[in-house]
Unconditional design. Structure first.
Length: 241
């Protein structure tokens, strides 16, 4: 398969751009570095899509993950072998040791239940922003994976979002209470905006939010939800960087 890799520097404040540029110069990959001035993962994804040369599958990988060496191949194979899937994703596993903040990542019953938290590493059958409804996402939306997940499930069913077997990535998760509050605020604010713009998607609210967590983590979530606020823009989680 012909592949291209587009790195998007999204208002980084560290040495990322220089490191990536040096990596590309010494790499055999068909790769390049571009920049996105508007803060947030959705604007970065859109910028990367705008820069692509090829048609076909479109993947997105966040900066705060470590890819298993074969994860992209496994995701590609799964899409080829699963015609009903519009998007596939790899199972996220925590980089940190077990703590109260990452309990779901260690719980077998919670694995693969994060239907609209697939944005860490996703591979789409087609460019999702070529879909007329997704491409018309209002500028108020800031998260890359929540609206497409609702959209795919509503119009194509749950089988349209499918985890790639044996594919996984390591990720850093919220490591303190403040970041957990920000994470919940970010997701719930986005869902509130989606429901305001697309009222018919409300019927999926309780179905998509599959809280299959232990009581101790539910208690933590309940405490965090009491402190959530409405966020109009992308919220950076400091403990995941």
């Amino acid at each position: 398969m012909t592949r291209e890799f587009i790195f998007v520097d999204n208002t980084s404040t560290d040495n990322s751009a220089k490191i990536i540029d040096q990596f590309i110069k010494n790499s055999f990959l068909d790769a390049r570095l571009v920049s996105s001035k508007k803060k947030g993962v959705l604007s970065a994804f859109r910028r990367g899509i705008a820069e692509k040369k090829y048609s076909g599958f479109v993947g997105k990988f966040d900066a705060d993950i470590i890819l298993h060496p074969h994860v992209l191949d496994l995701m590609q194979m799964h899409l080829v072998e699963t015609p009903a899937a519009k998007v596939t994703y790899a199972e996220p596993l925590p980089l940190e040791n077990l703590s109260i903040y990452n309990l779901p990542w260690f719980s077998p019953k919670a694995m693969s239940k994060r239907l609209y938290f697939t944005g860490k590493t996703s591979l789409y059958r087609n460019n999702p922003h070529a879909d007329p409804d997704i491409s018309r996402m209002p500028g108020d939306l800031v998260v890359d994976d929540i609206f497409p997940s609702f959209y795919y499930v509503y119009y194509y069913g749950f089988e349209s979002i499918s985890r790639a077997p044996h594919a996984f990535v390591y990720e850093k998760v919220a490591g303190n209470f403040t970041d957990l509050v920000s994470q919940i605020s970010r997701a719930e604010s986005e869902i509130k905006r989606i429901f305001a713009i697309y009222p018919h998607l409300r019927l999926l609210g309780n179905i998509m939010d599959q809280e299959v967590y232990d009581n101790s983590y539910k208690s933590l979530l309940n405490r965090a939800r009491k402190q959530t606020t409405y966020l109009k823009e992308w919220a950076r989680l400091e403990s995941t960087k």
